[in-house]
Design a protein around this ligand. Structure first.
Ligand code: FAD
Length: 591
């Protein structure tokens, strides 16, 4: 069963994502929070994951029930104060760094991704409300959302409006009392209805009749399941309900709901009562406050799935005996076979690289929060640049590593008994929601590379080159001594050279308005960036002697990654800079 990787998380937070020398944060608090989150998860959430997956969420007469026991687990979790880790203290939160929130998110997801989705969306919704809501709305809803007494949702998707939200049709009408009435259908709404809490606060994107076309005509509304009386007690049921829940590949315990707003079944007058968040027609910008941090939290889901899969595969590979490894006289545990060792090392290195990227992006969010002036703008841009990579690379790694985990288990991975299959089923959604990874690649190439006329991305690559330059050169004998870096430094700088060349090529294509050419290579570029970042961040950690006796392991893993994975960088750069013509020509093969 999953054990929260507390030591790895703490190490990465401190030595890769800057918490060790952050004067704003007490190291003891960081340790205490992560240790305690790990304990809660291992004792309470993780043991419920397999049964929750088997039973799933159930719908009857418009009511959705979470798996047996889950309302109680959620109550214990919220009462322990976990929901408000990074939320503002003014609303009952603890105001801790975003890095801690993301690390805790990784832990909850490692225990059960289906469970963690409820708090993930609640904290995102609370964040959007805190940033854009009126004082009255914040006073009424935020304290209960920060404490987790109520959950929050994010209602964007409609049947014809997925990646392209500009086409959404859910309608909003103004009322004289300043409220609005909402009418329409939303699909795929995570934890849109459930029995974990008494109330659910929906954030809904909708369009006013006189709104401009497209994304400039979308407004954001807060639409509670139950209206709230002046004294804070729950009032009438609002005119919205869950029509159905999806039968889907994974995250079975997380209800994915079709929500109907304003069909007149509740209340005197048809229309779900909603309250404007931010300004009319500026809803998408408000929602992006939520979506950027939600993207980072989805990245943490990928890390969590990858870590859980690695733990399970390692345990199985130590137990399972098959064949004789080279030099062995008796049946060997499969971990002794070079190919299985290679697979496990790939799983471990990819997981740790993905974790480092996610926390690095959270560090940029924290630094932007703490800084002012030019410094603030710099860190905001750094976070913006890293967000698509921190969403896509870890979620792709989550799928890749969960799939490798099944391979290590052989046939036992394909049957449900070991839990390896559940991890792959659960992990598979993360590259799809919160903006598909293809959409992240477009964002990275077309909106993030041009930040500061390219200064931000060049600055990041220069920072990475400076780290790579500090990796010591050491002998590259095949029977190497522990702690030797081999050609790691050289391979890191080569990978960064390919990243830099591909970056300049893409920026030139964009400047020349050759968008098709640039977009042909966008996903390859995103992967290249993720690989190069992983390699450098693994090195950044391995350069630190944290006094835990594990530095040699870290160096060895980093060297393995450089030898076995960074070779891909050259091929990716080649595809990015020279692959557009053949991609365009080969479209005839799709006819
Ligand atoms: C389990 C689950 C939970 C979800 N939870 C929520 C939720 O809580 N709230 C919510 O609002 N939504 C939610 N979603 C919806 C999710 O965010 C969307 O499925 C996602 O945004 C993709 O939209 P789509 O499914 O319509 O795919 P489409 O937009 O139709 O995309 C199909 C494919 O085309 C590609 N594509 C689309 N447009 C472009 C383009 N311009 N350029 C290049 N490629 C493109 C995509 O990358 C994708 O590969 C959830 C979905 C699922 C399955």
């Amino acid at each position: 069963m999953y054990r929260s990787p507390v030591d790895d998380i703490l190490f990465t937070l401190k030595h890769v994502a800057g918490l060790a020398d952050d004067a704003h944060v007490d190291a003891d608090i960081v340790e205490a929070v992560i240790q305690e989150a790990g304990r809660f998860c291992d004792e309470t959430i993780a043991p419920s994951a397999a049964s929750g997956d088997r039973q799933g969420a159930r719908l009857a007469n418009g009511d959705v029930r979470a798996p047996d026991g889950w309302p109680d687990i959620y109550r214990q979790w919220a009462e322990a104060g976990w929901n408000g880790l990074a939320a503002p203290e003014a609303y009952g939160g603890q105001g801790l760094p975003h890095r801690l929130h993301i690390a805790a998110m990784e832990i909850w997801n490692g225990g059960s991704m289906a469970f963690a989705l409820a708090p993930m969306l609640t904290t995102g919704a609370a964040e959007a409300l805190a940033a854009h809501g009126s004082e009255a709305l914040k006073a009424t809803f935020l304290p209960n959302m920060v404490s987790g007494i109520w959950t929050g949702t994010m209602n964007l998707t409609e049947p014809h409006a997925g990646s392209d939200l500009g086409t959404l049709r859910t309608r909003a009408e103004r009322r004289d009392d300043g409220s609005y009435r909402i009418f329409g259908q939303k699909i795929y709404i995570t934890w849109g209805e459930h029995d974990l809490t008494d109330n659910i606060v929906h954030l809904v994107l909708a369009r006013l009749a006189d709104a401009p076309e497209g994304t400039r005509g979308i407004s954001l509304f807060l639409v509670p399941k139950f209206l709230v009386n002046a004294d804070g007690s729950l009032g009438a049921r609002n005119d919205l309900f869950c029509h159905s829940i999806e039968d889907k590949l994974g995250i079975h315990a997380s209800p994915t709901c079709t929500m109907i707003y304003g069909d007149g079944r509740f209340g005197a007058e048809p229309g779900a009562i909603g309250y404007l968040v931010g300004q009319e027609n500026r809803g998408l910008a408000c929602m992006f406050t939520m979506m950027n941090n939600a993207r980072l939290a989805v990245g943490a889901q990928g890390v969590a799935m990858a870590d859980a899969a690695t733990q399970a595969a390692l345990a199985y590979a130590r137990e399972r005996k098959q064949g004789k490894a080279p030099g062995s006289a008796a049946a060997s545990p499969i971990i002794d076979h070079p190919d299985i060792a290679r697979t496990l090392l790939a799983m471990k290195a990819l997981t740790q690289g993905a974790r480092a990227i996610t926390y690095l992006c959270a560090e940029a969010v924290d630094r932007a929060h703490a800084a002012d002036g030019e410094d603030k703008a710099h860190w905001q841009d750094r976070a913006a640049l890293l967000t698509p990579i921190a969403k896509s690379f870890p979620t792709d790694v989550g799928v890749e590593v969960a799939s490798l985990g099944i391979q290590v288990h052989g046939g036992m991975g394909y049957v449900e008994e070991t839990g390896a299959a559940r991890l792959l089923r659960d992990a598979r959604i993360a590259p799809i929601y919160e903006g598909t990874n293809g959409i992240q690649a477009i964002d990275l190439v077309t909106r993030k590379l041009p930040l500061g006329h390219g200064a931000q991305v060049r600055g990041l690559i220069a920072d990475l080159q400076a780290i790579a330059a500090t990796v010591p050169a050491s002998s590259n004998g095949t029977e190497m001594a522990q702690g030797e870096w081999g050609e790691t430094g050289l391979k890191l700088s080569r990978a960064l050279g390919h990243l830099s060349a591909a970056t300049e090529w893409l920026m030139a294509e964009i400047a020349a308005d050759r968008m098709t050419e640039a977009l042909c290579g966008a996903t390859s570029y995103q992967r290249l960036f993720g690989l190069a970042l992983s390699g450098v961040l693994l090195a950044k950690g391995a350069l630190v002697d944290a006094g835990d006796g594990r530095q040699d392991q870290r160096i060895a893993l980093c060297r393995f990654f450089a030898d076995h994975h960074l070779g891909e960088a050259a091929a990716l750069a080649e595809t990015i800079c020279h692959g557009a013509a053949s991609l365009k020509a080969a479209r005839i093969a799709l006819v």
